[in-house]
Design a protein around this ligand. Structure first.
Ligand SMILES: Nc1c(NC[C@H](O)[C@H](O)[C@H](O)CO)[nH]c(=O)[nH]c1=O
Ligand SMILES: CC(=O)[C@@H](O)COP(=O)(O)O
Length: 193
């Protein structure tokens, strides 16, 4: 590998960010799960240990494949907003919307969502269509809802690229950047930055 002459692949580390007041959802695929699991673990560890996000304020959900990520993100955001406004006498306050559905005692709306998946090209154009749909879908969800949604989807031409980018083989971990970006964008949304 050539000597690195610039910080390729990672954004400059943001100033100290305090994530202790944030509620964050992570939705990851079950496709390519061995590697997706490594990405998830890195995101979770970075959120909690580096940025102080409380474990009880992190909701984890899973979907089959990356194509399902945008809809899952939208559903989580809408559910959390309904949960935040639900009252005891409100139908939306039904047990189905209580913490057991969204997994935390905190019932505020999500401050950010992190989507995690790995799409690996096969022998047809399927790869291109999925990557395009997921990219535009995730961007649309965050712009439509006003809730930051991080694009934690690796779009790889082969297994080797997926393996390298699901580890620190390149000297950095993409997943750390996704966690940092979620905290930074959430604080920006809440005008705390
Ligand atoms: N080939 C990959 C997929 N394909 C499945 C789609 O994402 C989707 O679940 C299916 O088309 C049904 O809607 N998903 C990945 O996440 N990664 C792949 O490599
Ligand atoms: C990106 C994918 O869905 C991939 O697994 C599909 O493989 P193929 O293009 O060979 O059908």
């Amino acid at each position: 590998m050539s000597e690195k002459t610039f910080e390729k692949g990672v954004s400059a580390p943001p100033k100290k960010l305090d994530g202790s007041g944030l509620r964050i959802a992570i939705v990851h695929t079950r496709w390519n799960y061995t590697l997706v699991g490594k990405l998830y673990d890195c995101v979770y560890e970075t959120l909690t240990k580096k940025y102080g996000v409380l474990a009880e304020n992190i909701v984890t959900d899973t979907v089959s494949g990356s194509y399902e990520l945008p809809m899952a993100a939208k559903q989580l955001i809408d559910l959390s907003k309904a949960q935040a406004t639900a009252t005891a006498s409100d139908l939306l306050g039904s047990p189905a919307l209580q913490s057991k559905t969204l997994g935390t005692k905190n019932t505020g709306p999500f401050d950010a969502v992190i989507c995690i998946g790995i799409v690996i090209k096969g022998g047809t154009a399927h790869f291109e269509y999925i990557c395009d749909a997921v990219t535009h879908g995730i961007m649309r969800v965050q712009l439509d809802t006003g809730v930051p949604v991080m694009f934690g989807v690796l779009t790889c031409y082969n297994d080797e690229q997926a393996i390298a980018r699901s580890s620190t083989e390149e000297g950095f971990h993409h997943a750390e950047e996704w966690a940092a970006g979620a905290v930074e964008q959430a604080l920006r949304k809440n005008r705390v930055l």
